[in-house]
Design a binder for this molecule. Sequence first.
Ligand code: URA
Length: 244
Amino acid sequence: MGKSMRLDKFLTEMKCGSRSEVKERIRKGSACVDGQAVLDPGFKVDPDRMRITLNGAAVGWAETEYYMLNKPPGVVSATEDGLHTTVVDLITDSKRKDLFPVGRLDIDTEGLLLITNDGALAHRLLSPNRKVDKVYLAHVTGRLPEDVRERFAEGLVLKDGTALRPASLTFLKEPREAGETAAKALLTIREGKFHQVKRMFEAVGGTVVYLKRISMGPLSLDETLKPGRYRALTQDELRSLERV
Ligand code: URA
């Protein structure tokens, strides 16, 4: 089954301008469908079967896009921001203009962020009922209690009374080895409350000084991606997400 959509809607979704700009350009004769100029913005096109050009340049079609970003610090997890660069701004060669990040990382947090326009997938990954594992690497200063692993595993209660689900903590560098420097730990959580990792360590007397997300469900950060770089998900990664 081919899809049929208005030419102006198609060109707008493919980031060729605002809806009114696109209409104007179509009326001026800039758009061609299968080699013929089309002046009616409402002309129905099937982007899978028709070659659509604007000023002679082919406009490609992608219904859904999926990117893995290694979020750098200083960039906000939003689609638009008056002040800061957003994670969506970093995806410079996307076709779609309706991309958004699946969940949020704090401005100073780094690591794995999925950027897509697949709302159903985002809903599955973020739904609290599905308990999708998220693994973070945290560097933590301060005196942590001996039983911090047990307290996280039992389900911590934050300072404001929020009860958390069990989380698992593994030290890569134990607090007692850390001395004046930071302990290093992997923390797996299955929910995504606001500033959750930072607040968990705060609740036991620690301060997170560095935070990076390593994985989310079946997706693991591609360590060859430098901070700020991204790539499309592979077929295997896409298949793994179908099972979430
Ligand atoms: N927990 C936090 O505190 N910050 C993040 O960015 C993600 C999880």
